[in-house]
Structure formats: C-alpha cells, structure tokens
Write a new protein. Structure first.
Length: 338
C-alpha cells in the first residue's frame, strides 16, 4: 500500500509534534551559541548541530504539509535576541551539545520504535545516525581538549561471581554494612551528577537573564534542586570512597541581557525535567541497592512537583502549546447544536 494511503497513528503524530518543538527550540539556542563561539575546534561542532536541526525542521515541515497537519508554533526568531551579549563559555557550549545529543539519541530511538510508516522510519533512522555522529564528534573534541569528564575508574574484573546473599539488595541497616557499589550503579550516579550540573548552570543562566520575577524564582529553585541532587549522588559515591569528577569550567558570563524568550527558557527546563525523570527511572530499575532506588524515587517526586509548577507558570502566560489529541466526544455531543 502506498504511504500516501496510510494514515499517521497517534504515536507518530505525537512523535512528529515533539520533534518539531524540540528542534525549533534547539535552533534558537544553537543560533545564539554559534554567534559567540571563538574556539576554532568547537565552532564546527555547533555548526553541525545547527545544520542538522535546520534540516530536521525542513523535513518535518514537508511531512506536516503533505498530511495537512497543522504546523506547531514551536519557537521562532521572536524567541531569540541575536544582539544579546555572550552568555556561555565555549567549553560549556560543547558540553551542552554533547548532553543534548544524548537526549536526541534517546528521543529518536524512541520515536523510531513507535513508527510504522516507511517515510517516518527513514526519517528517525537518519536522525538517530546523524545525532550519534554529532555526539561522537563532540566527544572527540572534548577528549582532545582535555575537558571531557570521564566516569570514575574501578578495577577490571579478573573473575566472575554470583550473588549468594539476599542482603546484596539491601541499603542502609544498623546491623549490616552496605555492600560496595557495583559498576552499573556507579555509572548511573555519575551520569545523573553530570546532567544535574548542566541543568543547574542552565537554570542559573536563565534566572540571570529573565526579566520576570516568577521565572527568576522558578529557575533559581531549579538550580537549588539540581545542586541538592548532585550532593545526594556525590555523597553516595564518596561513601564508597569514589570521588566524582567535575568540570572546573565557569560556564556562564556576567551578562543579564536575555538572549531567549521566557517561553523558550521555561520550555527548555520542562524538557530537562522530563529527561531527568526518565534518567532516574532507568537508574532506579538498574540499581540493586534499595537505598539508591529509594533516593531516585523520592528525588523523582521532587522533579515532578517542580515540573508542575513550571507548567502552571507557562499556562498562566499562555506559553504552553498543547500537543495534538483526540476530540472530546462528550463535549461534541452536548454542544453539537450550539
């Protein structure tokens, strides 16, 4: 059957909408970053990220037009102040792109798994490959410059072993000493420290430049939450005599002139919150010590409450664009003659 006769499914409609929203936001952020970057090695990475984002938006727009799908408003030039002074250091821009490339790889693989139509499978397969190449490019440059933060080292296993005691899964106890962290738990703790550090610095930069008090307070609260979570995860590593490597880059300039609209900044924080919740869920499912699982669960609740506050601010200011949905049949029945 020709794809022209195959309707989009709900998951495909949702995937396309989310992709457009995320890419239109990324285009604004990257357009600002590329204008202020000075490092000749980092510039091509930002340029490649911006090129991919623009190409994705063009393909998505053509798909929308072919399906008579209302193109989302997303984010446009009105959400970007191109004349604002530099806000981020070159090193932070590189770290940011690597982080967002990880988000993109996870997102595109999920969208691919929810797509059945051939043209969408092709689109998300290409997007996944391109985003992976971008991540590899950014990682290579970061390694060459000595700014890539590696996860902690542990001894390479010399033999295999099996769990022979049920207390392997236990956490804090007055009777039993906690077992050492395993490599899977360490990797997730480290990853969530790094993502929270990025979120903390972004939130501070948004608070620093937003003219609205409600947004400023929301961003400062987000920075405080990220800092708290970093302390919790770092403390777990230190309790096991594992220091958590952290970048020394200052990251943010002293500029208070907003490069982005409050609408864009709030959306960006909601995206980071959603990604963080997903990271915690994955980490909790992979961790085998109950105290670590409980930490992820309680901190996830805190992120959820924070995200709800952000959504309320966006609704009050008419910034929250509604995803495509089905028709309310009951409402339609009651109002068909009105």
């Amino acid at each position: 059957m020709p794809k022209e006769n195959i309707s989009l499914t709900s998951s495909e409609i949702g995937s396309l909408w989310t992709s457009y929203m995320n890419d239109s936001m990324s285009k604004c952020v990257l357009s600002f970053m590329i204008k202020h970057v000075h490092d000749e090695d980092i510039y091509p990475v930002i340029e490649q990220a911006l090129t991919l984002t623009k190409a994705h938006l063009e393909k998505l727009t053509l798909l929308f037009q072919a399906e008579n799908y209302a193109i989302p408003t997303g984010f446009t030039e009105s959400d970007l102040n191109p004349n604002a002074p530099s806000l981020y250091t070159d090193t932070f821009c590189l770290t940011y792109i690597n982080h967002m490339a990880k988000v993109g790889m996870l997102g595109n693989s999920g969208f691919l798994s929810m797509s059945a139509r051939e043209d969408l499978i092709d689109f998300y397969t290409s997007a996944l490959v391109e985003t992976t190449k971008l991540y590899n490019q950014g990682t290579k440059i970061a390694l060459e410059k000595g700014v890539y933060v590696r996860s902690p080292y542990i001894p390479v296993p010399q033999k295999i072993d099996f769990i022979d005691k049920k207390n392997y899964f236990s956490g804090f106890s007055f009777l039993n000493k906690q077992r050492p962290l395993n490599s899977i738990e360490i990797s997730h703790l480290f990853m969530n420290i790094q993502t929270n550090l990025i979120g903390m610095k972004l939130a501070l930069s948004f608070a620093q430049t937003s003219p609205l008090k409600a947004v400023q307070e929301f961003m400062i609260r987000g920075s405080e939450i990220s800092q708290k979570h970093v302390k919790v995860f770092s403390g777990t590593l230190l309790d096991n005599h594992i220091p958590s490597p952290i970048s020394s880059d200052v990251c943010i300039t002293d500029s208070t002139i907003p490069p982005f609209s409050d609408k864009l900044m709030m959306f960006h924080m909601s995206l980071l919150s959603a990604t963080g919740t997903g990271n915690y869920a994955l980490a909790a499912s992979a961790s085998q010590r109950s105290d670590i699982v409980l930490n992820y669960e309680r901190l996830s609740i805190e992120i959820g409450q924070y995200a709800k506050t952000g959504a309320n601010i966006m609704i009050e200011n008419n910034w929250l664009e509604q995803p495509p949905g089905t028709t309310d049949k009951e409402k339609l029945a009651y109002h068909k003659n009105s």
